[in-house]
Design a protein around this ligand. Sequence first.
Ligand SMILES: Cc1ncc(COP(=O)(O)O)c(C=O)c1O
Length: 291
Amino acid sequence: MTLIPFDDRDGFIWQDGKMLPWRDAKVHVLTHGLHYGSCVFEGVRAYNGKIFKLREHTERLRHSAELLGFKIPYSVEELEKVQYEVLEKQGIKNGYLRPVAWRGSEMMAISAQKTTIHVAVAAWEWPSYFSKEAKERGLKLQLSKWARPGPNMAPTASKAAGLYMICTLSKHAAEQEGFDDALMLDYRGYIAEATGANMFFVFGGELHTPTPDCFLDGITRRTVMQLARNKGIKVIERHIKPEELSNVQEVFLVGTAAEVTPIGRIGEQLFDVGPVTKTLMQAYTDLVSKA
Ligand SMILES: Cc1ncc(COP(=O)(O)O)c(C=O)c1O
C-alpha cells in the first residue's frame, strides 16, 4: 500500500482564520505544542454531509484546551461554522475532521504563558478505522504494558496530544505481534480503554463499561449507552478488573473513528461477535445515517 503523506495532499486546510492550500498549512519547528505537548485536538465524523455530534466535539475541544491552561480564541459557534466550511471546501460528504489547537512559538521553554494560541481544521475522506475483515471477525487486542495515568498524574479528561504517547507505544507493540490494538489498564489495574476508543463488555445480557474517571468519557460511549438503554439493555458503569474477562460473552470498542467495532480476542481469550454487539452496531449505523 502506498502511503500518501498527510502534508502532501490537494485541497484546503483552515488555519488561524484563513483557508490555506493544504501544503501551506504549516507550523515552525520551534513551536511549544510540538516540544512540550501543549496541543489538543478532536476527531469528528461527517455522515451524508452532516457533522455528527458537532456541538459536543466543539465544546470538548475548548474544554480540553482549558484543562491544559489555554483558551481557544474562537467561540463554539465560530468553530462549528469553520468545520462546515472546511467540509464544503473539500467537497466531502462522508469523512473525518481534525480540529487542533496548540501553543505557538513566542516562548520556547516550560513556561509558555505568553504564547499565541493557534487553531486549524482539516478534513479528509476516511471510510473505516479498522479493516472490514477485522471488523467482521472481531479485533485482536493485546494487553498493553502501559497504564492510563490517574487524574492527579495527567489532565486525563483532556483530549490532549501528550496523552497519546503511551497509546502509540501500546498500539505499535500490539501491531508488531500481529494484534490490531491494545487494551490499556489504568493506574489501579482496572480495565480502562483501547488506544483510541472506549470499551464495552457483555456480562449475561447486561452491558458493562469502565467508569471514565481517568480516561476520555467518549461522545460515542455516551451515545451507545443511550442506544442500549433505548433497546431495553441494562447499562452498568463500574470498575472492571481484567480477571473478570473470563465471565464476559462479548466485547466491543466504540469511538468516533472506530464507531462500534467487535473484539474477537483479548490476549489468549476468545469472544463471539454476539447479538448485543450486532444490535448496537446496527443501531449506531442507523443513528449516524439519519442524523
Ligand atoms: C483515547 C481515546 N479514548 C476514547 C475515544 C472515544 O471518544 P469519542 O467517542 O468521543 O470519539 C477516543 C477517540 O476519539 C480516544 O482517542
